[in-house]
Design a protein around this ligand. Structure first.
Ligand SMILES: C[S@@+](CC[C@H](N)C(=O)[O-])C[C@H]1O[C@@H](n2cnc3c(N)ncnc32)[C@H](O)[C@@H]1O
Length: 245
């Protein structure tokens, strides 16, 4: 806390905003500062939620939870994300804000690759194990690195299905035109949107299974895609597992 009473991290946020507004800022510094500004903003909303739940656990006991659903809310689930329209804005890197042995099902897709591995990814999986009841299940889906790598090397034309499905609406579409770009998508997506959290780690079935097995789940199996829960656009090029406590 500064002498003005404003948290020092918020003062830093204002300073970064003013540096970013300077037209003379170099591209490299702007990229780095935008990432810091985003983390400061996320910390602010996490801090606001944390004030309501100082011990890091909400009072209620929702039994079905979606983590990192973004705009894809699931009816009947308690949706937790960094950003609206979630039911609770929470940074999962700080833990899962639920009581131990309280949830029957956790669902998350295209979320795990956005948090750092191993620290945050393994912490998340351990937290999921803590909050699930015995017999409870967590379903996790991520972009399938094995799928992207299996197409490399190989010919690619501009109407390639992978590009069409993954990039049609992206600003960087015109610059994505080789098989290696599709490998890059899985490993380091994405630079064209300054508000987007990039991919921080790539997974195939083996790598996705590993943290759940290590965390003590009894079984970890492939999950059969169910579009009544999952985002239908994730069916293609993704790998899912279901882990049972
Ligand atoms: C690529 S989107 C996927 C959205 C949705 N699951 C889908 O498949 O359409 C990744 C989501 O994870 C959320 N997310 C990323 N890091 C997070 C964190 N540390 N805590 C909570 N949510 C996070 C983002 O805000 C975003 O909504």
């Amino acid at each position: 806390m500064s002498s003005s009473g404003m948290p020092s991290v918020d003062i830093l946020g204002k300073q970064i905003a003013s540096v970013l507004a300077d037209p003379a800022i170099t591209h490299g510094l702007a990229r780095t500062l935008r990432a810091a500004a985003r983390e400061i903003e996320l910390q602010r909303s996490h801090r606001t939620s944390r004030r309501s739940w100082p011990n890091g656990r909400i009072n209620g006991k929702p039994t079905k939870i979606q983590i990192g659903g973004g705009a894809h809310r699931i009816d009947g689930f308690f949706n937790i994300d960094l950003v609206p329209p979630a039911d609770l804005l929470w940074d999962i890197r700080e833990g899962v804000p639920l009581q131990s042995d309280s949830a029957n099902q956790i669902f998350s897709e295209h979320f795990l690759e956005h948090i750092d591995y191993p620290r945050s990814a393994k912490h998340f999986v351990h937290e999921a194990h803590r909050v699930l009841v015995p017999g409870g299940r967590i379903i996790t889906g991520v972009p399938d690195a094995a799928f992207a790598l299996s197409h490399y090397p190989g010919p690619l034309d501009s109407s390639d299905e992978t590009i069409e499905r993954w990039y049609t609406k992206r600003d960087c579409r015109g610059d994505i035109n080789t098989r290696l770009d599709l490998v890059n998508l899985v490993f380091r997506d994405q630079d064209d949107d300054p508000t987007y959290t990039p991919h921080l780690w790539a997974y195939d079935h083996e790598k996705l299974d590993q943290p759940f097995t290590e965390a003590g789940f009894n079984t970890v199996e492939p999950w059969t895609f169910d579009p009544t829960i999952a985002n239908p656009k994730r069916r293609w090029g993704s790998v899912y597992v279901v882990a049972t406590k």
